[in-house]
Design a binder for this molecule. Sequence first.
Ligand SMILES: [Zn+2]
Length: 439
Amino acid sequence: MKAYRAAILRFADDRTALYEEDGLLVIGPDAQGQPVVRAVGPYRELVDRFPGLSITHFPGRILAPGFVDLHIHCPQTDVIGSPAEGLLPWLENYTFPHESRFHDGEYATEVASFFLDELLRHGVTTALAFATSHPSSVDALFQQAQQRRLRFITGKVLQDRFSPDGVRDQTEQSLIDTEALIQRWHGVDRLGYAITPRFAPTSTPEQLRGAGELAARYPQVWVQSHVAENLAEIAWARELFPQSRSYLATYADFGLMRDRSVYAHCIHFDDDDRALMRETGAAAAVSPTSNLFLGSGFFDYQGADRVGYRYGLASDVGGGTSFSPFHTMLAAYYVGREGQTKPGLSLSPQHLWWQHTAGAAAALGLAGEQGAPSIGNLNPGCEADFVLLNPQATPLLARKTAQARNLDELLFSLIVLGDDRVIERTAVAGQWWPAQAAG
Ligand SMILES: [Zn+2]
């Protein structure tokens, strides 16, 4: 058992964080040997319950759940910050040429290693990530995630049409490869597989049907794709699948909407789409830096809450502009505020932070339901993935956080002014990463 004394942030529900100024976090193995939170609460109350425990004290620091990124593209690590006239030219000119290099396993391994280190440096301990259409890119990413003991989900991209040579796959082989990768990786250590159609337009009906059949055969596996990001893409999807009620409904029609399915963007929805999300148990990966960068539109938080479906935050690198959860939370605040295309509102700092931790975990079905692991929180039983935050990381942050009169003011200062400098350390499965930084 290990214990850490610091301020502790965790979540009671989607709008309410619990904050202990002088807290104690006790980490120990669960029945399966997985390091989890064994106890958490006020230092003074807990310290006597664990006599002889060696306690590491971090004065002035905050322990918080590791961030969960609901949607990110590993192979776009080097595409971040590429100028383009919107989504479709951006895919054609930057993304597809770059992704075509991932047939080379050595290259895929080098990028995967950098990508995961960058996530950890930013305090992200779990991600639902796209690889490329090459199975070697999936093997590389899982191997690197396994070495780092991460709870991590990825899958081979399915795209058998309207894609250039080098990234386009073959319908039948793509489904054989997907099933082989599920059997090789899903449930190994902390790894999970996601069936990954890029988006409906770049898959034939046969490929989508095959993906839906795999989703039915492997209900514990995730499904990830994109939907309703911008108007040109929607018009194209409607042309290709006119028999479906909407672009989103196309996925449902092929059996690709269920619990553990996560759709990036979900911007241009009507209430029938929102109800379809709620009824199927699908979740939205809200990707605000990407949506602002590509000018795609603004996620309607009021609509999502009114109908009541699940969502959480995502960086969507490389359409997104930052690996930093702080930048993503701030962009989500901007997106929420926008009030010309949909109702504008002020998302609370606690709710923003929840969307990138416990809320994202719940969207993945990783909030402890029905024996599933619990991540994105620091309540007893949660897996021991957490970050150590330094609220004095910059002169302005030190000045601003010292004046915070309540938790919302403290968290909002970190959201608006924070970046990777705030993440002093990251712990994965109870161990500091990288190991040599441990003290
Ligand atoms: Zn994306």
